[in-house]
Design a protein around this ligand. Sequence first.
Ligand code: 3H9
Length: 710
Amino acid sequence: MTQAESNRAYAPVQMEVHGPVLLVTINHPPVNALGLPVRQGLAAAADRLEQDPSIAAMLIVGGGGNFVGGADIREFGKPRQPPFVRDICARLEGASKLVVAAIQGAALGGGLELALSAHYRLAVDGARLGLPEVLLGLLPGSGGTQRLPRLIGVSAALDLMLTGRHIGAEEALALGLVDRIGKGGDAAKAGLTYVEELLRAKTAPRPTRSAGAVRGDEQDLNALAVARETQRKRSPLLLSPHLIVDAVEASVRDSFDDAMVFEQRVFQQCVDSPQRAGLIHAFFSERQATKVPEADRGKARPIEQVGVVGGGTMGAGIAVAALNADLRVTLLERDAGSLARGVERIENVYADLVAKGRMTPEGRDAVLHRLTSSTEYAALGDSDLVIEAVFEDMAIKHAVFMELDRVCKPGALLATNTSYLDIDEIAARTSRPQDVIGLHFFAPAHVMRLLEVVVPRLASADAVATAFAFARRLKKVAVRAGVCDGFIGNRILSVYRRAADYMIEDGASPYEIDEALRSFGYPMGPLQVSDLSGGDIGWATRKRQAATRDPKQRYVQIADRIAERGWFGQKTGRGWYLYRDGARVGQPDPEVLAIVDEERKRAGITPRPFKPEEILRRYLAAMINEGANVVHEGIALRPLDVDVVFVHGFGFPRFRGGPMFYADSQGLGSILADIETFAKEDPAFWRPSPLLVELVREGRNFASLNTALA
Ligand code: 3H9
């Protein structure tokens, strides 16, 4: 290959002439994002279209399987450099020659906006179209808020922009978003045929800005009003959904050019917001978390057959998660009765989906066909992976792993779903500790996306790589954790929950705690969560920890007093809240407040008022400080791993990026100052993490540790 040929091969935007058609291919791995080199290439292609008299039309396609994954989101927050996507779009739309986009793979965000500025669009099977900017705290900022409603109508455009959902070629055709579906999967080939056809028919350019689907009638106004009200209820703290509605309203109210000015203004407002920074941090962190040293070194083993030991809530949920990933599953229980109940739990999940119309009976049967069940360990002999989800008792786990060691084929990955037990100790009971790992699912296991991959000392790199590949197959967000009591999530949880308990005993009502956390963006407060998951779970943990608890450590007994009454939350009709007549939303319970009062008296505490701001500062400082400890000890590889765990497993508001990202945004100095202030009243609990102290001393932040490893 000559140098010229090789330059051409690696150009982010390539141009090839096919008769009268200029074929423009965007080739910028991994997803053809519209970074500066792509924008420059597209601007050059627009020049060529305008200037070359032998060219009658332009066809834009993406190379490497995707059209365009959107703006290059690494560029947000940095100085913007022209040419801008919106200007390129305007030039293409205004071209006097025909511009066609042929979409293969993802056409998302700025990628779809580019396609919207073409005069005609074709999508091949498997294409995914969408404007997911809202998920990144943004709005479509290259004309999407104006062209999409004009093309497909206000209501459909609002739906796509406010959910950020991806749609396939068929739905895009039905909505009028594309004009044709190309068969065969090759966008360039199908696109060239289409352009030739359009040229033969002497089809004129058709600017989307002049499309007529915005009518400004009652239906449009009603769709806007409904969207506004829905977002007010659903996302009161978010900025971009509300601005999206405003921008679409501008499409109804203003001329295209005026509305574009408005779009640009509100887009910039989103770009400048901390929510955008938090959401983009969350996006990259999820991907970064899967980059662990062992996954590079090791080789993932194939997994098709999964064994699940234990058919309780967790085991059944894990089985469903594996079945949903097209895997074959064998459920094992110790006796026929438990096995039947386990299988029933799994069947119920699918029965529910069928009842809700989200699955056909045939689809359910096909899934359940891949499920087998047994009470004999021998049935797990050909499993590639076995996940144990039995009672949290070390002796029982030992027995299970000794059996697995006996029956499983060599190379099978043996995983425990324990939430806190020492996996090194479990591994040591087998003759193959290199194949033992923790796969810590969160309930309900088929719904919650977080999976902690807990890596014991002797686990092989292949075992870790296999666990991460398995997580990807299950579409889980996997985070590597080291072995300690509670791993990343539950260990940190136990500390900030203590901070909450202390505040309750010192004078904050449980309901004030929940309210403060909801106002921060949590969907539920910690006590509501406790009621939902069952107060008996935390009670059992506290009883287990009692033997090893430092007797000098402050211990608040309020939760125990509630649990002792059998008030375990929603399932028993009362817990921290009262659930009258099976209600799912609890009411504050005066009897709980009386228990709190009694306990304060017993502990000799005179209650004092807590402002919401103080509640948040204490709760978050405890979380961040323990997060720093977890990173310091190597339990989490990086601060971003803690962020991913909290966003996906513990309801931490995604738009705040995660606790460690949030700490950086507040300034680590102020978090440390808070901890030092709180330490004056309880130095045993409020011990600044050595890592936090070090970072503050060096004027660094948690992000500096993310980039060091990225
Ligand atoms: C926007 O467009 C604003 C406009 O309205 C206005 C201005 C024009 N930029 O997910 P994957 C990286 S906002 C930079 O594992 P998949 C990703 O980090 C944007 N990088 O692959 C990863 O990197 P690494 C609107 C990006 O096949 C690698 O690509 N667009 C971008 O499972 C592979 O990613 C979106 O919100 C990007 N835009 O899924 C779409 N996208 O290998 C966001 C990805 O170093 N992207 N990367 O870890 C996606 O949804 C998925 O990545 C996609 C591919 C479906 C495209």
